[in-house]
Design a binder for this molecule. Structure first.
Ligand SMILES: *Cc1c(COP(=O)(O)O)cnc(C)c1O
Length: 382
């Protein structure tokens, strides 16, 4: 790459290239044996009994909603501090996303705010393991169990992260992952859902393939041509080229996470005691995935300084990002659900003060120091 430091990027080695090449030369480009192999690797890694690979994280979230049985008119509580896809997936099912505010120290959904928004129509909660730190699942599970709700976990940031020695993916009724290039591992585009319950697994499998009960390869191996479509599904299939990449990437995930943690530690040394910027709080009760390293301006600093820091770093070839614009700020959500400024004060305050600094497994220590020095230069002028 050039001397630009992006906020995130994929790490692809020769063995990833070889894995994709051998899939490309095989008999199956899609719905082949590598899909099952990738799903088996994910199950073993996450210690869950079922997994379904799909074409994106968004497809995974949509599949999760379908499996969880979200129907038109159902309300689903969703964190306001997330990528829009987490909430959009509810709308795909005809459900109503009910946004909930976050904890300002972690940017994770606030369990007390979930409880406030529960009505007779609430069926499920979507929590997001923001930045690669898992939610406090003891607290989340005590709310969803009390009201008998389904827990859908958007773990697009947290593949490989752990809560009290169990992997993200273990706690939800259905958990969705993304394998977009900036995520913990990549398949180009891609995603997966995992679950404990076999009936939810069957629904997810069917949903991925138009709602048809068998796939092409199963029919071929059984020597039958007849099939039935009994639910409305989509073509959310992953290709074998992607699955091949996923298998080889997953082997490196623990190394990727270790590197991300080393980078975070260097950042922490500078930011933990800074008087202007602070990192998000790491609860320290598990393994942080550090998909993002987010810093937040302390009072009285905020939007102006954040914008200026973004611009200052950008000029130096350091690309940062803001994760996220609160969902309720998007025109689609105000237009269709009546959300307005002021509805979620914690998310709004955080939004004006946060910046995601570069962190990715191939980032060198020198690059980390370049970022720290550039931030330091900027802050000294304030
Ligand atoms: C990336 C991401 C998604 C969407 O995943 P895609 O693979 O891009 O469709 C959804 N939710 C969160 C929190 C994400 O970071």
């Amino acid at each position: 790459m050039s001397d630009i430091i992006p906020y995130g990027r994929q790490t692809i080695d020769q063995d990833d290239v070889d894995a994709v090449m051998s899939a490309l030369k095989s008999d199956y480009l899609t719905t082949g044996p590598r899909i099952n192999q990738f799903e088996d690797s994910l199950k073993a890694y996450l210690n869950v009994p079922h997994s379904v690979a799909v074409s994106s994280g968004t497809a995974a979230l949509h599949t999760a909603m379908f499996s969880a049985g979200i129907l038109p008119g159902d309300e689903v509580i969703v964190s306001d501090m997330t990528f829009v896809a987490s909430a959009n997936a509810v709308i795909y099912m005809g459900g109503k996303p009910v946004l909930a505010d976050i904890d300002e120290k972690t940017l994770l959904i606030n369990p007390a705010e979930i409880e406030k928004r529960i009505t007779e129509k609430t069926r499920a909660v979507v929590v997001v393991d923001y930045g690669g730190q898992t939610c406090d699942y003891d607290a989340i599970l005590s709310v969803v169990r009390k009201y008998n709700l389904k827990l859908i976990v958007d773990a697009c940031h947290s593949l490989g992260a752990e809560y009290k020695s169990k992997k993200a993916g273990y706690f939800g009724d259905v958990t969705a992952f993304s394998f977009h290039p900036v995520k913990p591992i990549t398949t180009g585009e891609g995603g997966a859902v995992v679950m404990h319950d076999e009936s939810l697994f069957r629904k997810a499998r069917q949903f991925r393939n138009h709602g048809i009960d068998t796939d092409h390869r199963e029919r071929q191996s059984k020597g039958i041509w007849y099939y039935e479509m009994s639910e409305l599904g989509y073509n959310y299939r992953m290709t074998d080229l992607q699955a091949a990449l996923g298998i080889s990437q997953l082997r490196k995930l623990d190394g990727f996470i270790a590197t991300r943690n080393r980078i975070a530690k260097i950042y922490d040394e500078y930011f933990l005691s800074h008087e202007i910027l602070e990192p998000l709080h790491n609860r320290g009760d598990g393994r942080h995935g550090y998909h993002l390293y987010v810093v937040k301006f302390k009072d009285p600093y905020g939007e102006t300084e954040r914008q200026n820091l973004f611009g200052y770093l950008r000029e130096k070839g350091i690309y940062t990002n803001v994760h996220y614009i609160p969902v309720h700020f998007h025109p689609y959500y105000s237009k269709n659900f009546g959300y307005k400024r002021g509805d979620f004060p914690a998310a709004e305050r955080c939004y004006s003060k946060i910046l995601s600094l570069p962190v990715f497994p191939s980032m060198s220590e020198q690059e980390v120091n370049t970022v720290v020095e550039a931030v330091d230069q900027f802050l000294r002028r304030l």
